[in-house]
Design a protein around this ligand. Structure first.
Ligand SMILES: O=C(CO)[C@H](O)[C@H](O)COP(=O)(O)O
Length: 232
């Protein structure tokens, strides 16, 4: 089975938690894309759900597939949010934002009663941080914000490259909210809660990719099948 097949199996497992009439949040990324595809099949079969997207990319996919969409303003409370992750650590702590949608993803996840993470088993890690942590920052004063993050990291014993994310067209990557992303190569984040609190206190930081206490369960696919991990 390819990694892509495993992602689809994880998405299929999460779909079992979707019930008629639910208000759903749709994630972003290649795994979430499988979920949206499979959800669309169920919708064509008669399932009634109303969805909110976490990115322009997912919005376009869901629209194309005929899924009923609304905005988070019109439907500010959701039953379930399903999304992928870049890393799944202890207690279902997550790094997200590899696809650059972390701000909307966190807003939508926070509006949902439950968040189910879908992933292939390569995303499971004992300690977060091997995947560079995406931090969304406003373009104004980006260098000052970067220095503030470097100082915070130093105080917490973290170090590593901190790179402004580029886009495939050679330009700088711009998020759906018009912000930039700093990818921070910390390699080991031993205390994610402390780092998250410190980042939130820096004025130029819009949001960071540490999702702590948000995921209720994860459907993790490996060659032996899909394992459901509940947050302890
Ligand atoms: O956080 C995300 C997008 O901002 C994605 O969920 C994360 O990057 C995982 O992506 P993929 O399913 O393609 O591996």
């Amino acid at each position: 089975m390819s990694t892509d097949d495993l992602k689809r199996e994880a998405a299929r497992a999460a779909l079992r938690h979707v019930e008629d009439g639910m208000r759903l949040g749709l994630g972003t990324g290649s795994t979430a894309e499988h979920f949206v595809d499979l959800l669309a099949e169920r919708v064509r079969g008669g399932l009634k759900v109303t969805c909110v997207s976490s990115s322009e990319r997912t919005q376009a996919q869901a629209e194309r597939l005929g899924i009923s969409l609304t905005t988070l303003d019109a439907m500010p409370e959701l039953d379930l949010y399903v999304d992928g992750a870049d890393e799944i650590g202890p207690g279902l702590s997550l790094i997200k934002g590899g696809g650059g949608a972390l701000l909307r993803e966190k807003i939508v996840a926070s509006a949902a009663r439950r968040m189910i993470v879908i992933a292939d088993e390569s995303k499971l890690v004992p300690v977060l941080g091997a995947f560079p942590l995406p931090i969304e920052v406003v373009p104004f004063g980006l260098e000052a914000t970067r220095i503030a993050i470097v100082r915070l990291a130093g105080r917490l014993g973290l170090s590593g490259l901190m790179l402004v994310r580029g886009a495939t067209n050679g330009h700088v990557f711009v998020t759906d909210g018009g912000h930039r992303i700093l990818d921070c190569h910390f390699s080991h984040i031993d205390n994610p809660a402390e780092l998250a609190a410190g980042l939130t206190a820096i004025p130029g930081v819009v949001e960071h990719g540490l999702f702590l206490g948000l995921a209720s369960a994860a459907c993790v696919a490996g060659p032996g099948g899909v394992r459901v991990i509940d947050r302890a």
